[in-house]
Write a protein that binds this ligand. Structure first.
Ligand code: NAD
Length: 315
């Protein structure tokens, strides 16, 4: 992999995580940022993080932390970053005009072999690549935070993204040990947020309706459904839950699913329901006070590490 150069545009939280994932697989990585000081800061942070992971025994890949860090360099010139790159992972803030401006710049600099993937959580790729010369080389590769421990990457093509760009990105993600999923066409929210928001909507309705507390609603996922979903999705779960597989499951439970689904009601107006939000926030803060959030995040990430190790043993 060392022959291949990967460029990272934006050296914030997600840019640094990608740099570590690529270096773990042995790629040569260059980091770029609009803020000169940010590149230097990012390199220091990445070095510390790699050393800490190595000390904890959770460093990915076969190379030492030192060898991985040696694969990562920085630049303050976009032109230099793009030069001879196989892949560029864009990680700039989630602002459409900012992304549009950057892609217009990249369009002038890109070489024919370079694919640009955006880490965007929300923008469909057509929103920033339409009208560009190199638009067939552009797509979304959306990670989940923290990417170092959550393997999913959603690949989302624009209508004009070439099949080759999608397939090469898929292979690249596999070479990192990530687990890419491919959407056949772009859709708002991609797949992850569409499913995540469906859950959030129903949890909101149940809490707002006084049916269940915040702690108990969350436990339905963390102590119940999530135990299975950490290993397999909702369709395989259904497939395993009836003697004759998923067709049998739907024959048995499809009527009940339709009846319950018809009772969900309207999509909650989360921004407009101030009282419900205040109550949900009160209960969340009882569970985790705001000042304890960093510690709780760290604990979650530590357990995600262990879970990802366990999951790798699951066939
Ligand atoms: N944070 C998350 O949980 C998460 C998860 C998945 C995807 N994402 C996506 O990843 C992207 C980056 O998010 P983040 O959380 O790392 O943001 P961040 O604010 O931590 O980092 C963004 C970096 O981009 C730099 N930057 C700004 N304009 C630039 C430009 N024109 N050229 C180069 N660099 C520029 C900033 O200086 C900063 O260092 C966003 O699109 C976001 O939606 C974030």
């Amino acid at each position: 992999m060392s022959g291949q150069k990967i460029g990272i545009v934006g050296s914030g939280l997600i840019g640094r995580a990608w740099a570590m994932l690529f270096a773990a697989a042995g790629y040569r990585v260059q980091l770029y940022d609009i803020l000169e000081t940010q590149v230097a800061t990012a390199l220091v942070e990445v070095q510390k993080e790699l050393q800490s992971l190595e000390a904890k025994g959770t460093l990915r890949g076969k190379l030492s932390a030192k060898a991985q860090f040696e694969l990562i360099s920085g630049t303050n010139e976009l032109k230099q970053l793009v030069e001879s790159a196989t892949h560029i992972q864009e990680c700039v803030p989630e602002q459409l005009e900012l992304k549009r401006g950057l892609y217009a710049q990249l369009d002038e600099l890109l070489e024919p072999q370079t694919i640009v993937a955006s880490s965007t959580s929300t923008f469909m790729p057509s929103l920033y690549s339409e009208g560009l010369k190199r638009r067939s080389q552009m797509l979304v590769a959306h990670p989940l935070n923290p990417p170092y421990f959550i393997p999913l990457v959603e690949l989302v093509p624009a209508p004009w993204t070439s099949k080759e760009s999608v397939e090469r990105t898929r292979q690249l993600m596999l070479s990192l040990g990530q687990r890419p999923v491919v959407l056949q066409r772009e859709i708002q929210g991609f797949a992850t947020n569409r499913i995540q928001y469906a859950i959030l909507n129903e949890v909101w309705r149940l809490v707002a309706g006084g049916i269940i507390s915040v702690a108990d609603a969350d436990r339905v996922l963390s102590d119940g459904l999530g135990m299975r979903y950490a290993l397999m999705g909702s369709l395989e779960t259904a497939h395993l839950n009836a003697p004759g597989g998923v067709s049998d499951y739907i024959q048995r439970f499809g009527g009940e699913i339709a009846t319950v689904s018809a009772s969900y009601g309207a999509t909650p107006d989360m921004c407009g329901e101030g009282e419900t939000l205040a109550e949900i926030a009160r209960q969340c803060e009882e569970l985790v006070p705001l000042e304890a959030l960093p510690q709780r995040r760290a604990t979650r990430d530590e357990f995600l590490t262990r879970l990802s190790t366990l999951k790798r043993q699951f066939p």
